[in-house]
Design a protein around this ligand. Structure first.
Ligand SMILES: [Zn+2]
Ligand SMILES: [Zn+2]
Length: 362
């Protein structure tokens, strides 16, 4: 058994398949961002690099060494039961679907067009994920109290989800009409009325859009992914097979261009926000026109870590996702209806109270 002091002394290369001390299987060990022997517990360092590729939209990486290694070391498996498409490393022993646990029989002949450029490694293991899930749920006010008392202890699975991550610059001329609503008080007959003023705007805005993460998974929707974003992109490293040992990787589903169109919608949303931020006095939009010119657009095929919690509560099925780097969970949890209704009533009362008081005082 090697003590933790020995980390960094041996660096594992992707070609080193087994533990140097006992020949056991090595799996990625998030706590040390290294590899751990399943048999003797030895830990080995992974040579980390932040030097990864960003491609122009029409460029693929098929000539690169990284691509050739990826295709040689990894095979695509398609699940006959649930239809998921999963990448398994040739070193992977348990060939089972991460979504429905069906055993994979045969690798598909499909050869991927893209190999991962970068990866955000898991920063904690499944056991830690389970603890964080419990801590997170307890802090959420709107979650059913009964559920909090009997939190599910179940098998959770860590999967790397495929994403296309885009960067771009945009330049947009814009014009539009914004509105501002204010209340005018008439002292003569003691009445109030609202007046909406309009004002025209025009200008130019240049923006830089970074790390627009679009899922290309067959199992996770963009909404699911948005629920656990953002990732901390300072943690992105160049892809290595070592980071996926012991974890499953879902194969990309949608074409790059489909994802690019979704990314363009995100640029548009950011531009709109950027324009409106220039006019803080406005509180509404009558119309706003702009057509961005996109330049310097780059993509990287990026794997991101995700834990999935699947459980039943009061006969209903729930799936809650957790960001495998930051621990953030989405809001798909058993909610307490009385708590939500109570909060809504409270908010309405707070808004209505001044009006009610003014009516009483009249
Ligand atoms: Zn070993
Ligand atoms: Zn399946």
């Amino acid at each position: 058994m090697v003590k933790n002091d020995n980390i960094n002394q041996k660096v594992v290369t992707s070609t080193m398949e087994k533990c140097a001390n006992c020949g056991g299987n090595l799996i990625f060990y998030p706590a040390k961002q290294g590899l751990k022997c399943e048999n003797c517990g030895s830990i080995f360092d992974i040579q980390k690099s932040t030097d990864y590729n960003r491609h122009n939209i029409d460029e693929q990486s098929k000539d690169s060494t990284e691509y050739k290694n990826w295709v040689a070391n990894n095979k695509i498996f398609k699940c006959k039961n649930c239809g998921s498409s999963v990448i398994l490393n040739s070193l992977e022993i348990s060939k089972r679907c991460p979504y429905c646990d069906t055993a994979f029989v045969m690798a598909s002949d499909e050869i991927p067009t893209y190999s991962p450029d970068s990866i955000i490694p898991f920063s904690f293991d499944a056991e830690e994920a389970s603890n964080r899930f419990i801590q997170n749920v307890k802090k959420k006010f709107y979650v059913s109290g009964k559920f909090k008392k009997k939190l599910p202890k179940n098998q959770i699975k860590g999967t790397y989800i495929p994403t296309f991550n885009f960067d771009a610059e945009t330049n947009s001329d814009y014009n539009g009409v914004l509105t501002k609503t204010r209340t005018v008080h008439d002292h003569r007959n003691n009445t109030s009325r609202t007046v909406t003023e309009t004002f025209p705007i025009a200008g130019n805005i240049k923006m830089s859009h970074k790390n627009i993460s679009i899922e290309t998974s067959s199992k996770i929707s963009q909404e699911n992914l948005n629920g656990i974003l953002p990732y901390n992109y300072n943690g992105v490293v160049a892809y290595k097979d070592d980071y996926i040992r012991g974890y499953t990787v879902e194969h990309y589903q949608d074409a790059l261009h489909t994802c690019e169109e979704i990314a363009k919608q995100v640029y548009r949303d950011q531009i709109k926000k950027g324009i409106l931020a220039r006019y803080p006095q406005a509180d509404g939009v009558q119309y706003l026109n702009f057509t961005p010119t996109i330049s310097n657009e780059k993509y990287q095929y990026q794997l991101v870590p995700l834990y999935k919690f699947q459980y039943k509560y009061k006969k209903k099925d729930y799936i809650t996702y957790m960001n495998g780097q930051t621990g953030k969970i989405d809001n798909n949890l058993p909610k307490s209806i009385p708590k939500i209704v109570g909060t809504v009533i409270l908010i309405i009362l707070i808004i209505a109270l001044p009006i009610i008081l003014s009516l009483i005082s009249d």
